[in-house]
Design a protein around this ligand. Sequence first.
Ligand SMILES: *Cc1c(COP(=O)(O)O)cnc(C)c1O
Length: 394
Amino acid sequence: MSVDWKPRTKAVHSGTRRSQYNEVSEAVFLTQGFVYDSAEQAEARFQSLGDDEFIYARYGNPTVRMFEDRISGLLGYEDCFACTSGMAAVSGALTSLLKAGDHVVAARALFGSCLYVLEDILARFGVEVTLIDGTDNAAWDAAIRPDTTMVFFESISNPTLEVVDMRHVVKAAHAVGALVLADDAMATPVFSYAKECGADIAIISTTKHVDGQGRMLGGAICGPKELIRGPIEAYMKHTGGAMNPFTAWTHLKALETIDLRVRAQADAAYKIADALNGHPKLSAVRYPTHPSHPQHALATSHAPSAGTVLAVEVKGGKEACFAFLNALEIITISNNFADAKSIATHPATTTHQRLPDDQKATLGISPGLVRLSAGLEDVDDLIADIRQALDTLK
Ligand SMILES: *Cc1c(COP(=O)(O)O)cnc(C)c1O
């Protein structure tokens, strides 16, 4: 590269590989295998693989490689392994880097499936996991031990929008030689600060802002080449979690617009939070970079925006909350986020239904909590929709 590209340029051009036809738009190589010129060449490829050589799509594919290079470039990491889903990325990163006897410290406020991997699966394989309040720096300091091998958290938690003081946690973890893995889905690839704050690995569910239009499942593990092309690639290619080339192709096209989409949606999320702040039917409105958020100073020290999702707490518990959700006319009830279509989710009865009530209470997943994902509709229409739905409540 002759110039140091800015993120928007990287999102459009990084990682492009052209075939002999010199196509403009990235080609989708929908192939499982690759033909060798000779038996000797096949033997040589299986011995060692060059940068632009492929043997089987479970190991790697040119379209997937383009996506890996583009997303790692955008997040500022050296390399990436692209996976079938965000959870394939989370579980693959954890499993490939941990062994029996290891100690992991993780923030308790995690996506439901991440919690299952840590508490149920890793425990079965003899990994000790200490869960703490991720917003409490003293709790991190107390839980990280000289033998701690890994630290794991969501940069911004889903659905309660708590912020981890990443610079503090990275410093504490690195002091004992522990690896830092950040689940970066909520922070968005546009406003990600994981690399800047020193996280060794950033994991993203590309299902969210990369796809951005509610179509494909995907995930990405971004980090140093040594880990990505070492233990992570070894684990992923032998266990079968590699991204489908067609998904990678849709992701490449989606990355061309990610900066425009995410900035517009994040702007809408802020404006909705601002408009709803102090609403008499709500007991809380949460958006980390809004001045009303208790961690506003920390959130704005990380990035100018906290992403496309906000949370509100409807007064009157589950009944009022359901009445509110059912009265929405534009915003749809679903359990995804980051879609171009705005989405409202009731975590207590859907994404976090599995958790016992006391754990829900500890995590702040109250019966009145609604997660709102701001889409690409006109923000004034979204605010009007939320207001009219709140007006139907007694
Ligand atoms: C959605 C999500 C995941 C899982 O991603 P999938 O693509 O659905 O497998 C993991 N972590 C966080 C924070 C998420 O929001």
